[in-house]
Design a protein. Structure first.
Length: 279
C-alpha cells in the first residue's frame, strides 16, 4: 500500500508539472499601503527630510529589553512632544552651532514610548541614547506643558541623551573622571540629593559614573536659565559647590574647544525656547 500511495502521488505531481498554463505575471500578493497622515507629513518635513532622522511612534522596536511592557504613545501626544524636541534641541543647537551641526551630529532615529520604563531596582529610565544612532524617550503620554517642572524634566532628558551622542563623537578628556574618582557608585538611587551635592555631584544619578556625571552637568545647565543655575549651585555647601564649579568649567571648556559652542549662549537660547513651549 505504501508503494502504491507513493506512485499515485508521483503521477499526480508529474501531471501537474506537465500542465502548461499561462501564469499571470502580476503578483497576487498586494503590498500593504499605509495612508500618509498629517503627523507623518510633519515628521517628514521637520525631521526626516532636513536631518535624516526617522521617528517611530506607532510600534515598539524589537531591540528593547525583553520582559518589559512597553506600548506606543497616544498619537495626539506625539506631535506636541516632537515640537518640544525640535525647539529645545534642534532649533537651539542650530541657532548657536550653525545650520549643519545637527545634520552632522544627530541620531538616525528617535523612538517614542507611551509609558514609563520601570527598572527592577525601583528607578525609572526617562530616556537613553543607543550607540549614537537612536534616542528613545519614554512616558510621552504624560506630557502636559502646563506642568512646568514635569515638562522641564523632558527637556533635561533630551539634553542628557544628546550629550551622550556628542561625547561619543568626540570623547572628553579622562581627566574629568579624576575630579571625584572615588565617589561613583552603582547604588546612586539610595543617595539623597543633598548628600550628592555635598560630594560634588549635581544629582544622585550623576554619581553612577563619569559618563552620566558629564551628561547630568550638561543637561542641568541646559535645563534652566543661568540665573536659576547659579542660584542652585550657590546654595550647595562650599566643598561640594567648588567641585561642581570645577566640573562646570570642564564641561564649558569641552564644548568650546571641541565644538566651538559657547555653552552659556546655548543655555540662553534653550531657555528662551523652553519658555515658548511652557503654558
Amino acid at each position: 500500500m505504501k508503494k502504491i500511495y507513493i506512485a499515485a502521488v508521483l503521477a499526480l505531481s508529474l501531471a501537474a508539472c506537465n500542465n502548461k498554463e499561462t501564469l499571470n505575471p502580476e503578483s497576487v500578493i498586494q503590498p500593504r499601503v499605509t495612508a500618509q497622515t498629517a503627523l507623518d507629513t510633519y515628521i517628514y518635513n521637520n525631521f526626516q527630510k532636513p536631518y535624516n532622522i526617522s521617528v517611530t511612534y506607532n510600534y515598539i522596536d524589537a531591540d528593547f529589553e525583553m520582559g518589559k511592557y512597553f506600548y506606543p504613545p497616544t498619537e495626539a501626544k506625539v506631535q506636541p512632544m516632537l515640537e518640544i524636541v525640535k525647539k529645545v534641541w534642534i532649533d537651539s543647537y542650530t541657532q548657536v552651532a550653525g545650520q549643519d551641526f545637527i545634520k552632522s551630529v544627530a541620531p538616525r532615529q528617535i523612538s517614542l514610548i507611551g509609558g514609563y520604563n520601570m527598572n527592577s531596582d525601583g528607578t525609572i529610565t526617562l530616556g537613553f541614547a543607543d550607540s549614537g544612532m537612536k534616542i528613545t524617550l519614554f512616558n510621552v503620554d504624560q506630557l502636559d506643558v502646563t506642568k512646568h517642572d514635569a515638562t522641564r524634566q523632558y527637556f533635561h532628558t533630551i539634553q542628557h541623551e544628546y550629550c551622550h551622542i556628542i561625547n561619543q563623537r568626540k570623547p572628553y578628556s579622562e581627566e574629568y573622571g579624576k575630579i571625584t574618582p572615588s565617589d561613583y557608585t552603582a547604588n546612586w538611587y539610595n543617595i539623597q540629593l543633598a548628600d550628592a551635592n555635598k560630594k560634588g555631584f549635581i544629582t544622585p544619578y550623576s554619581m553612577l559614573n563619569d559618563i552620566e556625571d558629564f551628561a547630568e552637568m550638561t543637561s542641568g545647565i541646559l535645563s534652566m536659565s543661568k540665573t536659576d543655575w547659579d542660584a542652585k549651585v550657590n546654595a550647595i555647601p562650599e566643598e561640594g559647590r567648588n567641585i561642581i564649579r570645577k566640573k562646570e568649567e570642564f564641561v564649558v571648556s569641552y564644548f568650546k574647544s571641541e565644538w566651538n559652542i559657547d555653552l552659556y549662549k546655548l543655555q540662553e537660547v534653550v531657555e528662551n525656547q523652553m519658555l515658548s513651549v511652557l503654558q
